[in-house]
Ligand binder design. Structure first.
Ligand SMILES: C[S@@+](CC[C@H](N)C(=O)[O-])C[C@H]1O[C@@H](n2cnc3c(N)ncnc32)[C@H](O)[C@@H]1O
Length: 257
């Protein structure tokens, strides 16, 4: 559903002055069970990223300076900042955050049920190194300083299979340009899809982009998920329905000085 007019109560708002972007995915699904609703009300304010006004810059490391209220462990100043856009129910992000306690994790997701899912993981695993942008990941990208990210994940972005909807796809030249700005030299961008048309679309844009280099050396590299990359909920469904996911690892090339 497109985002037009004012957001409904409880829906994410872009920062003041931000460009009005159309968002076509789902913002809410089944009615949230009372436990998840309470989790959103109690925990989201503690873990939420507050974006600056449009044109302002966010210091992502500073988000981790003080532990979220109620977190038993103080998160140290992170060694690196990792971002996942469209984290779904959050199981991949939580898995990575648990295994990389020295890194700070930013997650962006528009779907409120997904945000509640990640908050549940954060509580169950006691994660102090996660911060959540409930909203459009492109608004978060706009606020990040150049060369501030150490890894980016965009796993199974909505494929928008109809030709007339292709313009809704998240992987587009302007998104890649912005990612190239905010990623550090030499760091990884990980993507996945089970939609072969979207795969061709992604590869076409990534391969021609001067900032990205595909790390694959042979078919095993895109057919097999690396060991440090857990399956996502969407991926498990795709496999159950007989679709084969493809895993892509790109490196942000060194900038010319
Ligand atoms: C097909 S689902 C995949 C979810 C998850 N990555 C997985 O593999 O299970 C795509 C997700 O991306 C989210 N999404 C789409 N566009 C987004 C955007 N611009 N910013 C943040 N999240 C977005 C959707 O709400 C949805 O949860």
């Amino acid at each position: 559903m497109a985002r037009h007019g004012s957001p409904r109560h409880g829906e994410p708002r872009p920062p003041p002055g931000a460009p009005r972007r159309a968002f076509y995915g789902r913002r809410r699904g089944r009615r949230l069970r009372p436990g998840l609703k309470a989790l959103l009300e109690e925990l989201l304010p503690r873990f939420a990223v507050i974006l600056p006004e449009a044109g302002g810059t966010l210091d992502p490391a500073a988000l981790f300076d003080s532990p979220p209220q109620g977190c038993p462990v103080a998160a140290p100043r992170p060694e690196g900042i990792w971002l996942e856009i469209g984290f779904g129910a959050g199981e991949h992000l939580a898995w990575q955050a648990e295994r990389h306690p020295g890194a700070g994790f930013l997650g962006a997701e528009c779907f409120v049920n997904g945000v509640a899912g990640l908050l549940r993981e954060v509580r169950e695993r006691g994660l102090a190194n996660v911060r959540i942008h409930h909203g459009d990941g492109r608004d978060l990208l706009d606020a990040l300083p150049q060369g501030s990210l150490d890894r980016v994940f965009i796993l199974f972005p909505d494929p928008w299979p109809k030709a007339r909807h292709h313009k809704r796809r998240l992987i587009r030249d302007d998104t890649l340009d912005r990612l190239a700005e905010v990623m550090k030299d030499g760091v990884e961008l990980r993507l996945a899809t089970d939609d072969m048309d979207y795969l061709s679309w992604m590869l076409e844009r990534l391969i021609r982009h001067p900032a990205f280099e595909w790390l694959a050396r042979g078919p095993r590299d895109w057919r097999e998920r690396p060991a440090d990359w857990p399956p996502t909920r969407y991926e498990i469904k795709a496999l159950d329905q007989g679709r084969r996911p493809i895993y892509l690892r790109f490196r942000r090339r060194r900038r010319r000085r």
